[in-house]
Write a protein that binds this ligand. Structure first.
Ligand code: ZN
Length: 184
């Protein structure tokens, strides 16, 4: 991973073009730069929080805030690979603590809702099925499946094939697919 051009310490995550310069910055240095440009002060807020999901499992989220000219983006990312991710978007002049509260509320609600349950056939073979007739998830890149996505549901990764199998019990039904921005 490339290091940040400004501090040389943390991983560079954001690439900026400033006049003719290309800069790769870590989140902190990027925010510092944008705070100066936008004249917005980023408050010191909670960096992580833990909540129990619908099954009582404690899930820990890392909070990342990013300043953009169009507003503040705040994301809670679970500390495991392909875990839950929730995000909110606010105006630059919004109260940042309130934005964080909104993010925590959204996370709390999001992890209470479970879409898939594990069951066992009479033969003893386990299978998974949808609890209600719908699910929501996040599309991620699957490095092992050429051009096919991974879908993160209930904070767990499902391959495109697994999602296919999951909905095969609805053969003959209609399906509706709609995309939403992460902050919706
Ligand atoms: Zn840096």
């Amino acid at each position: 991973m490339a290091k940040c051009d400004a501090c040389g310490l943390r991983e560079a995550k954001i690439h900026l073009s400033i006049e003719d310069d290309q800069l790769s910055l870590c989140n902190d240095c990027y925010n510092e730069y944008m705070a100066g440009e936008l004249e917005v002060e980023l408050e010191e807020l909670l960096e992580s929080f833990s909540l129990k999901d619908s099954e009582g499992v404690v899930r820990t989220f890392l909070v990342e805030t990013r300043l953009y000219p169009i507003g503040i983006f705040m994301e809670a990312k679970e500390n495991i690979e392909f875990g839950y991710t929730f995000a909110v978007h606010g105006e630059l002049e919004d109260e940042q603590q309130q934005l964080l509260n909104r993010l925590i509320e959204k996370t709390k609600k999001g992890i209470k809702e479970k879409y898939i349950e594990s069951k066992v056939f009479l033969s003893g073979q386990p299978y998974e099925s949808l609890i209600k007739d719908h699910f929501a998830g996040r599309i991620e890149y699957d490095e092992f499946a050429e051009g096919l996505p991974l879908i993160i549901i209930d904070g767990r990764a499902y391959t495109w094939e697994e999602v296919g199998r999951l909905i095969m019990s609805y053969e003959g039904f209609q399906i509706k697919v709609k995309m939403y921005d992460q902050t919706d």
